[in-house]
Design a protein around this ligand. Structure first.
Ligand SMILES: Nc1ncnc2c1ncn2[C@@H]1O[C@H](COP(=O)(O)OP(=O)(O)OP(=O)(O)O)[C@@H](O)[C@H]1O
Ligand SMILES: [Mg+2]
Length: 135
């Protein structure tokens, strides 16, 4: 993202938080790993992640019969998600934008990783979220 856009939209705090959270989650299985941060001469910021050719769960499901996962595949995905949430919540991180587009599919065995920590927040617990549908 360019420095002009960051300034225009007052996004620096959000980007800093996203990078810090991803940095905190380095080494956590099932979290898309931050590999590098590149800042060029124009001060554009690029976060480097491993590339997964299957892209995300939304695109993966789109081409499946009925555009949804089989019960077996859903179980495979859900079991991993439970582990991932447990691990990131132990680091006091709440993702707050869980949806198929933010779940990347790593391979045909449906190994997944969680991406897009742009709305994530730290320093819970957050009892006020316990009664909401997201988080
Ligand atoms: N490491 C990756 N490998 C393959 N595809 C990816 C990867 N990271 C992101 N994508 C694809 O790009 C999309 C957008 O990425 P991401 O959710 O991180 O950005 P975003 O800021 O939320 O953008 P958007 O507003 O489009 O959702 C994902 O839904 C996914 O399809
Ligand atoms: Mg996204």
């Amino acid at each position: 993202m360019s420095i002009d856009k960051i300034r225009e939209k007052n996004l620096f705090k959000n980007i800093k938080e996203e990078i810090e959270i991803m940095y905190d989650l380095i080494g956590i299985k099932g979290v898309c790993q931050l590999e590098d941060i590149i800042i060029n001469e124009d001060k554009d910021i690029t976060m480097v992640l491993p590339f997964y050719a299957h892209t995300d769960l939304w695109n993966f499901m789109k081409v499946k019969p009925g555009k949804h996962l089989s019960e077996k595949d859903a179980r495979t995905v859900f079991a991993q998600l439970v582990e991932i949430f447990d691990a990131i919540h132990k680091k006091q991180v709440m993702h707050r934008d869980i949806k198929p587009e933010n779940i990347l599919v790593k391979n045909d065995e449906l190994e997944i990783c969680l991406a897009d920590f742009g709305l994530a927040t730290r320093n819970g617990p957050f009892p006020e979220y316990e009664k909401t549908r997201t988080g």
